[in-house]
Design a protein around this ligand. Structure first.
Ligand code: B12
Ligand code: SF4
Ligand code: SF4
Length: 404
C-alpha cells in the first residue's frame, strides 16, 4: 500500500496509486477520490442526484475522472457554397460515452486487483451531480462561469465517475480561484452568468440549442455561426490559454467541428438521427426543429447567398411555422434582390401570424438587425441549477449515459 492508499473494507486493499496507474493505462487524464456520501446541499428533490448511494447502495467511494476533449483540428470546415454550422468542442465526439467506457475498463482492472470483486458503477453525464463531486475530489474547482477548471486541462474536460465499494481516503479540494478576472462574465453573449458561479439557464445558448422555440430577436445576430452549443465563456478564460489538445483518438459519435447546413433543411428527422447517431446532437431529447432553427440562424449569419434557394424553399413549404419564420429572418439577413423577392411573394400566402410577422420584419429591416417588434421571450424562466422534483431529465441537456 502506498502512503495515500487506504484499505478497502473487507477486501484485498487497492492503493490510490495503483488506481491512478490503472486509470492512466485506460487513457483517463485525471482521477480524484471522494467519499460516497450525500452532498451538503441535499434536499428532497435533489436527494438522488446528489447521493452516490442512489447509484450503488453499498458505495464507499467515488473515483472522479476528467477527460480532456480538445483536439487539434480546424474549427470550421465551411467551403464557398457549402456553409457549415459550428459544433461546440465538447460534443464534436461522444466524450461522455468514451470516458464511461474507459471507467468501465478501470473498474474491471480494479476488480481483478481487489480479488473480492468489488461492485462499481460508471457514468458520465449520468444520474449524479458531477461538478460538486469533481470539486470534492480535488479534480478541479468552480470557475465564475460555473464550470469545473482542472490544473492540467483548464475547463476543457468532461467529467465522469466510478462509484465503488472500494474505500479510499478522499483527496483534498484544490483551492483554485479566479481572482479579479471576470472575462467569462463579460464575454457571455447573453449575460447568462448573473453572478460568479451562477447561470441563468434560460439565457444560456447551450440550453437554448435544444429548445424548439423562437430565438429572441436580439440574440439572433449574437448566435453567430453556431449550430450546436456555445463555448464562448471557456474560450476567453485565461485558465484555458495554453491547454494542449489531447492526442487521444475518440471514435465514438464523431461529428467533427462543423457540419453542412443546407442538407439540414431538407433531410428528414429519421435521416438526421441516423446520420449523426451516437452523438448527443442527435439524442432523443434534442428537438429536430431546434436544430433546423439553429441552422436557419447560422445560415443567416453566414450571409452566404448559396443558402437563398434552400431558405426560400423552407419559407414556402416547411410544415413548421418556427422554421418558416426563422428562414424569413435568415433571408432578410442575407439580403439582396432574390431574398427580397422570395419574402415579398410569400408574405400574402403565410397563414401563421408569427411567421407572417417574421416576413414583415425581414422586409422592413432587411439586415435583420432591428425591428419594431419587441424581442420574443426566451423559454420559460428557469432557475440556475435547480433539478426539479422527480425530473432527472431536467438536468440532462447532454448525453445521459445512465449507469452501467
Ligand atoms: C443541466 C446541465 C447543464 C445546463 C445547466 C448548467 C448549469 N450551470 O447549471 C446547461 C444546458 C446550461 C449546461 C451547459 C453546459 N454544460 Co452542462 N450539465 C448539466 C448537467 C446535466 C447537470 C448540472 C446540474 O444540474 N448540476 C446539479 C447541481 C447540484 O450542481 P451545481 O450546479 O454545480 O451546484 C453546485 C454548486 O452550486 C456548488 N457550489 C457550492 N458552493 C459554491 C460556490 C461557488 C462560487 C460555486 C461556483 C459553486 C458552488 O454546490 C452545488 C452542489 O452542492 C451536468 C451533468 C451532471 N450529471 O452533473 C452537465 C455538465 C455540468 N455540463 C458540462 C458541460 C461540458 C457543459 C458546457 C461547458 C457545454 C459546452 N457548451 O461546452 C456548458 C457550460 C455552460 C455554463 N457556463 O455552465 C459538464 C461540465 C464539465 C466541467 N468541466 O465542469 C457536465 C459535468 C457534464 C459532463 N459529464 O462533463 N449544462
Ligand atoms: S455557454 Fe455561452 S451562453 Fe452559456 S454561459 Fe457560456 S458563454 Fe454564456
Ligand atoms: S474567465 Fe476568468 S472569471 Fe471566468 S472562469 Fe476563467 S478565470 Fe474565472
Amino acid at each position: 500500500m502506498d502512503s495515500t492508499g487506504i484499505l478497502a473494507q473487507n477486501m484485498v486493499p487497492v492503493s490510490k496509486e495503483s488506481v491512478r496507474e490503472a486509470a492512466a493505462e485506460c487513457g483517463i487524464d485525471i482521477v480524484g477520490f471522494a467519499p460516497a456520501s450525500p452532498l451538503d446541499r441535499q434536499t428532497r428533490d435533489l436527494a438522488a442526484f446528489c447521493d452516490p448511494a442512489s447509484v450503488l447502495a453499498s458505495a464507499a467511494s467515488v473515483v472522479c475522472a476528467a477527460q480532456c476533449y480538445l483536439k487539434d483540428e480546424p474549427d470550421d470546415l465551411s467551403r464557398p457554397g457549402e456553409p457549415h454550422g459550428l459544433i461546440a468542442p465538447y460534443t464534436r465526439r461522444n466524450h461522455y460515452k468514451d470516458l464511461r467506457e474507459r471507467l468501465k475498463k478501470l473498474a474491471v482492472l480494479l476488480a481483478d486487483k481487489a480479488e473480492a470483486k468489488p461492485k462499481s458503477k460508471c457514468s458520465s453525464c449520468g444520474p449524479l451531480a458531477e461538478k460538486p463531486l469533481a470539486r470534492g475530489s480535488g479534480v478541479g474547482w468552480y470557475g465564475k462561469h460555473g464550470i469545473i477548471i482542472t490544473e492540467g486541462f483548464g475547463s476543457w474536460v468532461v467529467l465522469g465517475e466510478m462509484v465503488t465499494e472500494l474505500e479510499f481516503e478522499p483527496d483534498p479540494e484544490i483551492p483554485g480561484g479566479c481572482g479579479d478576472c471576470d472575462a467569462c462574465v463579460r464575454a457571455c453573449p447573453t449575460g447568462a452568468i448573473t453572478s460568479p458561479g451562477c447561470l441563468d439557464r434560460s439565457k444560456c445558448f447551450q440550453h437554448l440549442t435544444n429548445s424548439a422555440s423562437p430565438m429572441p430577436r436580439d440574440w439572433r445576430k449574437l448566435w453567430g455561426r453556431r449550430l450546436y452549443g456555445c463555448a464562448t465563456c471557456q474560450e476567453v478564460c485565461p485558465k484555458n490559454a495554453g491547454v494542449k489538445p489531447s492526442g487521444r483518438t475518440v471514435e465514438t459519435g464523431v461529428v467533427g467541428p462543423s457540419i453542412p447546413l443546407l442538407p439540414l433543411l431538407t433531410m428528414t428527422e429519421a435521416e438526421y438521427r441516423t446520420r449523426y447517431s451516437g452523438n448527443q446532437i442527435a439524442a432523443r431529447w434534442v428537438r429536430f426543429d431546434a436544430i433546423r432553427r439553429n441552422a436557419c440562424l447560422s445560415l443567416g449569419n453566414s450571409q452566404d447567398p448559396a443558402a437563398i434557394p434552400a431558405l426560400t424553399d423552407a419559407l414556402r413549404c416547411d410544415p413548421s411555422a418556427l422554421i418558416r419564420g426563422h428562414a424569413a429572418w435568415a433571408l432578410g439577413k442575407i439580403g439582396g434582390a432574390r431574398s427580397k423577392s422570395a419574402l415579398e411573394k410569400q408574405r400574402p400566402a403565410e397563414i401563421d401570424a408569427q411567421a407572417a410577422g417574421e416576413i414583415s420584419s425581414a422586409l422592413e429591416a432587411p439586415d435583420g438587425t432591428s425591428s419594431s417588434e419587441p424581442a420574443l421571450k426566451a423559454q420559460e424562466p428557469s432557475v440556475h441549477r435547480e433539478v426539479k422534483e422527480g425530473s432527472q431529465a431536467d438536468g440532462h441537456d447532454h448525453d445521459c449515459q445512465g449507469v452501467r
